[in-house]
Ligand binder design. Structure first.
Ligand code: GLN
Length: 196
């Protein structure tokens, strides 16, 4: 890790890791891949990428990362989850794979694979009063949707029908979609803003 920016780990067990590392590098962060418990020691924040949340959940157990990551999250480690990453950060999951357990941290319920076959992948422009102009260009890939949020959760963006797809709960951010696919950088910036 070179440079002097905040140190951000990207969970690298499965899924789209490289795009997040490239984007965070461009934003001036010092990035590293998180694969083992010791990789958690030197980070100020973490990104949980998209992929398959059931597989990532299982791998967290296999490599012994679940408990140490949970401990860091409970201490207040800022985190940003995209798609499967949001599913891992949500406190409650509908349609979980057998044995899938969330890490939690965002007081929300998400439904996996919420969009039907025809709409498994699509892009949309989303208004976000918090992020301002231009609208968020969001790529949804077999995406979840947020079906319920607790009082501490701020909705950063919603679909035109009002269903939330970007949420924030304290130092935790989650998006149903992949901003790293469309060059949208404001969610990663928001995470970096939360690091010491
Ligand atoms: N459908 C995946 C899941 O349930 C998420 C897809 C993604 O991360 N792009 O985990």
């Amino acid at each position: 890790m070179a440079g002097s920016g905040p140190r951000v780990g990207v969970l690298a067990l499965q899924g789209g890791v490289r795009e997040h590392i490239r984007l965070l590098d461009e934003l001036g962060a010092r990035t590293s891949a998180v694969r083992r418990p010791e990789d958690l020691e030197e980070i100020d924040g973490i990104v949980l990428p998209g992929g398959e949340s059931g597989a990532i959940s299982r791998l967290l157990d296999v490599v012994g990362l679940r408990e140490p990551l949970l401990a860091r999250l409970r201490e207040g480690l800022p985190a940003y989850g995209t798609c499967a990453g949001l599913i891992l950060l949500a406190d409650r999951v509908e349609g979980a794979a057998p044995g899938q357990r969330p890490l939690g941290g965002i007081d929300a319920t998400v439904r996996r694979n919420a969009f039907g076959r025809q709409n498994e992948s699509f892009e949309a422009d989303l208004a976000s009063p918090d992020l301002g102009d231009p609208p968020v260009r969001a790529a949804f890939i077999r995406a979840p949707v947020v079906v319920q949020v607790g009082a501490s959760v701020r909705v950063l963006a919603a679909l035109p029908d009002g269903r939330p797809v970007a949420v924030e709960d304290g130092v935790r951010i989650g998006t149903s979609f992949h901003p790293e696919v469309t060059g949208e950088t404001r969610f990663h910036r928001r995470l970096l803003d939360r690091l010491g």
